[in-house]
Design a binder for this molecule. Sequence first.
Ligand SMILES: [Zn+2]
Length: 92
Amino acid sequence: MKSNWPEQRRKLKIEYERKGITSCELRLPGCMETFGMNFHHRHKRVYYIRRQELLGDFNQTILACASCHDKAEASRGLTILLFNKLRYKENV
Ligand SMILES: [Zn+2]
């Protein structure tokens, strides 16, 4: 199955810019602000295999610098907390 993530990523970047989000949203200790920015997803990649259209959904993503992305990626608890705070709560 071929993911259209590169295309969704391009659309997301435009959406984030329109919303005025152009640097790391997480601001955890050691935040690098705009360095190595990437989208941190609410769920692990496997969750999106059958829901590929959600990869590029604003509410499934948070813009994060390299440092915050690594920290959030390493902790499910932290990821849930951050998404509840910055997006909305999702019952799964
Ligand atoms: Zn950061």
